[in-house]
Design a protein around this ligand. Structure first.
Ligand code: G6P
Length: 607
């Protein structure tokens, strides 16, 4: 989704802005632009397509100004053309960058047009530029004009403004979209997330909802939504620079698949002892909430939703607590019946997904407590929830989520153990589960080592147009996640079914053009699943099965990839890996943009 970078310094900022945009590429975008103030002239460059196009344009026409704003745009209103790319300007006086959506832009646009403002783009953003300009023309200071403008805007936004009469200054604000301030020495910055600025600072201020900030090289003045001047803490960001580089890997996605044994270790670190879950990891208020909770509602989107689906099996099986799960975009727009003692759990890699945040806000005051399972410290979801458990996966750059998913599963397994303790989980059983968790990094490593075999297997898929994924029990959501991965990065149409549903429809699709992938660990449902696989075979389907040692034998039309033996509770986590590898290799064979698949964004900060 759109990304913003801004810089005010005592040196040229265009290099900082372009590097910031490059670091925001992972969020997904389709055009890019920047504006810097040179003398009293705003110089603007915009390009459709990649940041590399913009960099090239800047090399051809170097920009030397000391203050500037930049943007990657993910088209919502109007096509991804140069004309619609940000920054947007009102005349030549001011430039603006915007992340989010202005819901009331149409009436505002009509009003501005009747006041004589000429629109040069199809975007909702352009109204903001003209609104600020109109107030400045009426004699207001830039700051008052900006505040007044923001008060007219409905929707979600993070904004940065540059004005030719206010050198060495950027104004910014956020409401509903993320924005951080980067704190330097004699220079300061703004950006959609800290990743964009790690090359210039590791100190950040996380703006609150409704905050305004005036950024100059030496000062940062922040006002809250009530326009009261406030101090916000400066926090040091701990991830090292190397976490955002590809290293030896060709794609971030592969790097992130390989990181899973390590990051899962980091998720577990300090949270389990030899035999026990250390519940304090959920924060000091968690104990009281967990003691009372007798219902869990999980809300998430995309891959995070699939993690939640697995957790429903765990929570109901282990803790015997009813658990409901729903995608955030549905939940937020309907009336709910919320049982009194509901623990409301949101799952999100980014912590900025607009629908998930809206669902959380909709239940404020109506639930026992809210818990965010999230990968980004300081994100909106974390700040607005009562409790949080960080997944510690480190920055995830590939749009298709991999390590964030497996670490979410680990966090959800820890939550299930915490709640199960209060509902009859014995010490011995807890010790067994915790010991299984200790083995997880090694088992994940064994699964990652299947990479070469799976690369070979992937050749059978590159020419296919469809694929069917099957699983049973908690492996059904893993089949869903496998299908989503394949869709996202290889653009092959894929669907997942609980294997028992096969004969209620999808069997009609099966022929040799429809590969069928099954995740088949050796558990109580294996015999049932084997019967389903026979149904596929009997119809001439081509089967690819990921199975535990020696439980399914290869035969004509049935390829078997042997998985390490894993404790049953860990099956969903470990069996995720081969499906990630499969979709990766199919995408590479098809030559798609693996890390930034078409039309998708990493962090979906608008509806
Ligand atoms: C987008 C991303 C997915 C992600 C989903 C939810 O669709 O491309 O990878 O699963 O958003 O994002 P979240 O940050 O809330 O987990």
């Amino acid at each position: 989704m759109c990304g913003i970078v801004g810089a005010v310094a005592q040196r040229p900022v265009s290099g900082i802005l372009l590097e910031g945009l490059r670091r925001l590429e992972y969020r997904g975008y389709d055009s890019a632009g920047l504006a810097v103030l040179e003398g009293d002239t705003i110089q603007r460059l915009r390009r459709a397509g990649k940041v590399a196009n913009l960099s090239q344009a800047e090399q051809d026409m170097p920009l030397k100004g000391f203050s500037g704003i930049a943007h990657t745009r993910w088209a919502t209103h109007g096509k991804p053309t140069e004309n619609n790319a940000h920054p947007h300007m009102s005349g030549s006086d001011l430039a603006i960058v915007h992340n989010g959506i202005i819901e009331n832009f149409e009436p505002l646009k009509q009003q501005l047009q009747s006041d004589g403002f000429i629109f040069t783009s199809d975007t909702d953003t352009e109204v903001i530029a003209h609104l600020v300009a109109r107030s400045v023309n009426q004699g207001k200071s830039l700051q008052d004009a900006f505040l007044e403008t923001v008060s007219h805007l409905e929707g979600a936004f993070a904004l940065g403004v540059l004005h030719k009469d206010y050198p060495n200054q950027i104004l910014a604000s956020r409401k509903g979209s993320p924005l951080v301030v980067g704190v330097g020495i004699g220079e300061n910055f703004i950006a959609s997330d800290q990743m964009a600025l790690l090359q210039v600072t590791d100190r950040f201020i996380y703006l609150e909802e409704g905050d305004f900030v005036q950024v100059t090289p030496d000062t940062l003045v922040i006002w809250d939504a009530e326009l009261k001047q406030v101090d916000r803490p400066v926090k040091t960001f701990e991830h090292s620079l190397s976490t955002v580089d590809k290293g030896e890997f060709r794609h971030f996605m592969m790097k992130e698949i390989y990181e899973q044994p390590e990051v899962v270790k980091a998720t577990l670190q300090g949270r389990i002892s030899e035999k026990h879950l250390l519940e304090q990891a959920f924060g000091s208020d968690a104990t009281a909430a967990f003691d009372q909770a007798d219902h869990v509602q999980i809300i998430a989107c995309g891959t995070s939703f699939h993690a939640g689906l697995v957790a429903k099996y765990w929570l109901e099986d282990m803790a015997g607590i009813p658990c409901a799960i729903e995608v955030a975009s549905e939940y937020r727009y309907r009336k709910h019946v919320i049982p009194a003692k509901t623990l409301f759990v949101t799952i999100s890699q980014s912590g900025e997904t607009a629908d998930t945040l809206a669902a959380l806000r909709a239940v404020k005051g109506k639930v026992l407590a809210s818990l965010a399972i999230c990968n980004v410290p300081g994100s909106s979801l974390v700040r607005e929830s009562d409790l949080c458990l960080m997944t510690n996966a480190g920055p995830e750059i590939g749009v298709a989520s991999t390590k964030a998913f497996t670490t979410q599963l680990v966090a959800l397994l820890m939550l299930s153990i915490a709640l199960a303790r209060r509902h009859g989980l014995t010490e011995a059983k807890e010790a067994e589960l915790v010991q299984a968790l200790h083995q997880l990094p090694v088992l994940l490593l064994a699964a990652v080592k299947l990479n070469k075999d799976i690369e070979v297997l992937s050749q059978d898929f590159a020419e296919k147009n469809h694929a069917l994924f099957l699983g049973r029990g908690p492996l059904y959501p893993i089949a869903m996640e496998g299908a989503l991965k394949l869709k996202e990065i290889s653009y092959i149409h894929a669907e997942a079914y609980p294997a028992g549903e096969l004969k209620h429809g999808p069997l009609a699709l099966v022929d040799k053009e429809m590969p069928v992938i099954a995740v088949a660990p050796n558990n109580a449902l294996l015999d049932k699943l084997k019967a389903n696989l026979q149904e596929v075979k009997a119809r001439g389907g081509e089967l690819f099965v990921f199975a535990g040692a020696d439980h399914i034998q290869p035969e004509e039309g049935l390829k078997v990839e042997q998985m390490p033996d894993v404790p049953e509770i860990l099956e969903p986590i470990v069996y995720t890996i081969p499906l990630q590898l499969l979709s990766y290799h199919v995408a590479v064979l098809k030559g798609t943009d693996v890390d930034q698949p078409r039309n998708l964004a990493k962090s979906v900060t608008v509806e």
